[in-house]
Design a protein around this ligand. Structure first.
Ligand SMILES: [Zn+2]
Length: 324
């Protein structure tokens, strides 16, 4: 069910077969979409750079736009390599003009802030036309993470489709959790569209291993959906965690910096390391002569995200530990 309706700038079902580059825009914001239009069938929408400092999605989808020339598709693939262009070109997570986090702005407003308009444009023009959705994220410039795929848990048909979509990314572990508002996935949820997000390593770059894993996962998903013909490969077993705590995978709330300063992680605090509750993760040193503040693990588990940028402001998240 559509959460809102708007006049379509470009009706994908009316496009001729072939590859198209479309520009979706308002007076203030816009993005490019590459469309591989095939025969009638599922419409798989994939985007990168919901956050501007995350480069794996933009890199892979731009490479696909340059080189992927399938001879036949039983459906349509839509790729938006760079959704938040202003943030991307500023090298920042959020939109520079209003400091808005696009991943908290959905479904957005037609006449809202730039971030809100962008959310509304993407929701009404592309999410409204797709049958499956994948949002490609990463840890961004300031963090590094243990790559995973995730979705909003539900027990219905959409939930089962999401679990199957997530399993396609068999080189990533899987983390599902309760509904959170404002996300691209929340907007897909409102439209009953199965959706997953992928988190790659980040740390300001693009790891070749992540790019390969992402490519293989997306190609498997396209075969699973039926858009691309061909046998499904046998998937590797995937480590799976379903959380009932909406804050568990909310990366911005864990181990907040107690004050401004310099974060020095402990040598034992590494991505993928097993950590015990109260174990030292590192310390924040004030920039004056004050005493360092030790950062203690809030729970036992595995470090799945860690701050890489050493300058920190009050409240910046330093680490996420998944209880697994
Ligand atoms: Zn992101």
């Amino acid at each position: 069910m559509a959460s809102s309706s708007a006049k379509l700038h470009s009706d994908l079902s009316a496009l001729p077969l072939g590859i198209h580059t479309l520009r979706f825009k308002t007076q203030r914001v816009g993005f490019n979409a590459f469309v591989w239009k095939g025969n009638p069938g599922p419409v798989v929408l994939i985007n990168g750079a919901t956050h501007g400092d995350e480069y794996e999605g933009p890199t892979l989808l731009s490479q696909w736009a340059q080189s992927w020339r399938p001879s036949r598709l039983n459906g349509t693939v839509v790729a938006v390599p760079i959704l938040n262009e202003a943030a991307f070109f500023a090298g920042s997570r959020c939109t520079p003009s209003d400091d808005g986090n696009l991943a908290r702005a959905f479904p957005g407003k037609k006449n809202g802030s730039d971030t809100s308009q962008l959310a509304h444009l993407f929701d009404t023009q592309l999410l409204a036309q797709c049958t499956h959705y994948v949002d490609l994220h990463s840890a961004g410039a300031a963090y590094e993470l243990l790559p995973w795929v995730g979705f909003l848990s539900s027990k219905d048909k959409v939930g089962r489709a999401q679990r199957a979509m997530a399993a396609c990314f068999d080189r990533f572990w899987c983390w599902s959790g309760p509904f959170l508002p404002g996300r691209t996935l929340s907007a897909a949820h409102a439209r009953n569209i199965p959706a997953v997000y992928v988190e790659c390593r980040g740390a300001g770059g693009v790891h070749p291993k992540d790019l390969r894993a992402l490519h293989l996962g997306l190609r498997q998903l396209l075969r699973w959906s039926g858009v691309v013909s061909g046998p499904l490969k046998t998937l590797r077993p995937q480590k799976f965690r379903e959380s009932s705590d909406s804050q568990e995978a909310h990366l911005q709330v864990h181990h907040p910096a107690p004050h401004h300063g310099l974060f020095i992680p402990d040598p034992t605090a590494r991505i993928g390391a097993k950590i015990k509750s109260k174990q030292i993760l590192g310390a924040v040193l004030p920039t004056d002569s004050g005493a360092p503040s030790p950062i203690l693990a809030e729970r036992t588990g595995t470090i799945v995200m860690l701050r890489r940028q050493r300058s920190v402001s009050l409240g910046d998240a330093l680490c996420t530990i998944a209880p697994m």
